[in-house]
Write a protein that binds this ligand. Structure first.
Ligand code: IPM
Ligand code: MG
Length: 372
């Protein structure tokens, strides 16, 4: 198969982790005789530096024409503590989501037994944790009217949802639940917010068309607590934009490292894949960041292309690195491997240069970091 992929490396550790995912995609292309064509585009702080615009039109056009977008990370500390900055890197990502109508952000939360010790939760609460968050991505308070008055004494952000916006993502979440453990939890704040009451009404009505899915409802404050107390109760969690932003970061620490988690943002035609970690500027350029979030995002991209065997082979390779202690510094601060080494190991595994049995550990040991 031939696919055109837009690559947006972005800021901070974005470039170095994305390069590992591209290595892995190239290995997949080699094994399975696919052709992946890449077009590199700008977005974020790096785009502001080069063009003055966090999202140049060229990036939107190329993305609209692509089969998928692989994205690294966005953000730079020089904008973080300046609330008066007129242009910010994040505006690029928000505009891209809106321009491509990427209305559903999908974040799977999986746990790996070899990483249980890194989780803030006790092992007994981690076994069998496997859920997916469906976060609405192009509506709500993120995109409502926002204003500060001339005296700078009052500000507002409006939160609006339409039934169409709710239904289109809810359909995706229901369908996903049908393929999984058939449970859908809507997270809202229907005891306070009008928009939440609309979400609840619509999801309740839609449940009649998905009789095989058990639906329940949780207020967001309770959901925040339940994710920590008993995360294995969840299967598919559906929620609006800002609640989803907050809960998905909370849920991401369960697995032990934020660096591991992938995400997909999909619409009716475009799709973007990115690790959920941020730009982690302190690690940029040091070859120490965890590339697995990006590599697993590439696996989600392969699934989106209906390359299911390819995606599961990438996941197998990732699990192989974790099980054999080939991990980055976030996972093992003493015996760690470089970002680029992990990318190479996974690519080598995919093309069959490494097989589980005749693993030449000594050769791999040579690629271990000597900086402790
Ligand atoms: C995310 C991020 C973004 C968001 C930021 C960078 C605008 O936190 O993708 O979750 O809030 O949506
Ligand atoms: Mg976020």
């Amino acid at each position: 198969m031939k696919k055109n992929i837009v690559v947006i490396e972005g800021d901070g550790i974005g470039p170095e982790v994305t390069r590992q995912a591209v290595k892995v995609l190239n290995a997949v292309a080699e094994c399975f005789h696919h052709e992946f064509h890449y077009r590199y585009c700008l977005m974020g702080a790096v785009a502001i530096d080069k063009t003055g615009n966090p999202l140049p039109d060229e990036t939107i056009d190329a993305s609209l024409q692509s089969d998928a977008i692989l994205f690294g990370a966005i953000g730079h500390p020089k904008y973080d503590n300046d609330p008066t900055a007129k242009v910010r890197p994040e505006q690029g990502l928000l505009k891209l989501r809106k321009s491509l109508q990427l209305f559903a952000n999908i974040r799977p939360i999986t746990t790996y037994p070899s990483l249980h010790h890194l989780s803030p939760l006790k092992t007994k609460n981690l076994e069998a944790v496997d859920f997916i968050i469906f976060r609405e991505l192009t509506g709500g308070i993120y995109f409502g009217k926002k204003e500060t008055n001339a005296e700078q004494t009052r500000a507002f952000d409006e939160c609006t949802y339409t039934s169409e916006e709710i239904e289109r993502i809810a359909h995706l979440a229901f369908k996903q639940a049908q393929l999984r453990r058939k449970k859908l939890t809507l997270v809202d704040k229907a005891n306070v917010l009008e928009t939440s009451r609309l979400w609840r009404k619509i999801v309740q009505a839609m449940a009649k068309d998905y009789q095989d899915v058990a639906v329940d409802f949780l207020y967001v404050d309770n959901a925040a607590m339940q994710i920590i107390l008993n995360p294995k109760q969840f299967d598919v969690l559906l929620t609006e934009n800002m609640f989803g932003d907050i809960l998905s970061d909370e849920a991401s620490v369960i697995s032990g490292s934020l660096g591991l988690l992938p995400s997909a943002s999909v619409g009716n035609s475009s799709a973007l894949f990115e690790p959920i970690h941020g730009s982690y500027p302190q690690a940029a350029g040091k070859d120490i960041a965890n590339p697995l979030g990006s590599i697993l995002s590439a696996a989600m991209m392969l699934e989106h292309f209906d390359m299911l065997k390819e995606a599961s082979l990438v996941r197998e390779a990732v699990a192989w690195t974790l099980n054999n202690g080939f991990v980055t510094k976030d996972i093992d601060p003493v015996n760690f491997y470089f970002t680029s080494t992990i990318g190479e190991l996974i690519s080598d595994y995919l093309v069959g240069k490494i097989s589980g049995d005749d693993l030449n550990k000594e050769n791999i040991e040579l690629r271990k970091s000597t900086i402790i």
